[in-house]
Design a protein around this ligand. Sequence first.
Ligand code: ATP
Ligand code: MG
Length: 251
Amino acid sequence: MGILEVKNVGKRFGGLQALSDVNLSVAENTVHAIIGPNGAGKSTLLNCLVGKLIPDSGSVMFDGQSVLGRAPYEINQMGISRVFQTPEIFGDLTVLENMMIPCFAKRDGAFELNALPSVSSQKDVMDRAMHMLEEMRMADKRNMHAAAMSRGDKRRLEIGMCLSQEPRLLLLDEPTAGMARADTNNTIDLLKQIKQERDITIAIIEHDMHVVFSLAERITVLAQGTPLVEDTPENIKGHPKVREAYLGESA
Ligand SMILES: Nc1ncnc2c1ncn2[C@@H]1O[C@H](COP(=O)(O)OP(=O)(O)OP(=O)(O)O)[C@@H](O)[C@H]1O
Ligand SMILES: [Mg+2]
């Protein structure tokens, strides 16, 4: 039984069946990659795991509890954090201010506009945010506008914002998309370090096979909304189903 159990999930957008009969089991404290061609349904699946989309059918259980019907912040409180495909940082805020946002949320459980933290707790939040920036090796960039950072640093900040919530499951949607090779390698090292230092499960959607094979212990190949095969990286390499997924060729 995995920490994340997806059973028979389906999701339709109008006439398009984006996901059908998706079954996925992610074992605790592993790195599980989800790969597949553009439009395979990877982001749709991830969005169903975090309350951004509600599946039409099936179940999604995290640590024995259903995530379906819960608001995204509740799912976050259950221990799931995610980095979406499009970076979700606030470009006009500084790096430190961005990092403070999830630190407020962690302290209060949820954002409450009429219950702003007291001055002393604001200091706690700032201390926590600074601590996270140090862990992410970004403390020297704290006063920079987030929009001015490199793509690699934006991703590093987002991953740090997720980790500040001490998640048990970290979901990453193409964390290295559009990055230069050096930034990609830094991200691989960062994720390896995170894995080493924490009890954490990571599910990663990725197109870059160098990233996938550097990190993943299990790989699920998704095509046209359905998992084709799930196996170890060794067995996935050269698997005919992978060719089928990417080239539309039958095995
Ligand atoms: N909100 C939406 N409304 C309508 N169709 C959508 C919506 N979101 C996704 N789709 C469609 O669902 C299918 C799966 O999309 P999804 O974004 O999950 O693919 P993906 O595997 O993440 O692709 P990529 O690798 O390009 O990110 C695609 O055909 C897409 O156009
Ligand atoms: Mg996607």
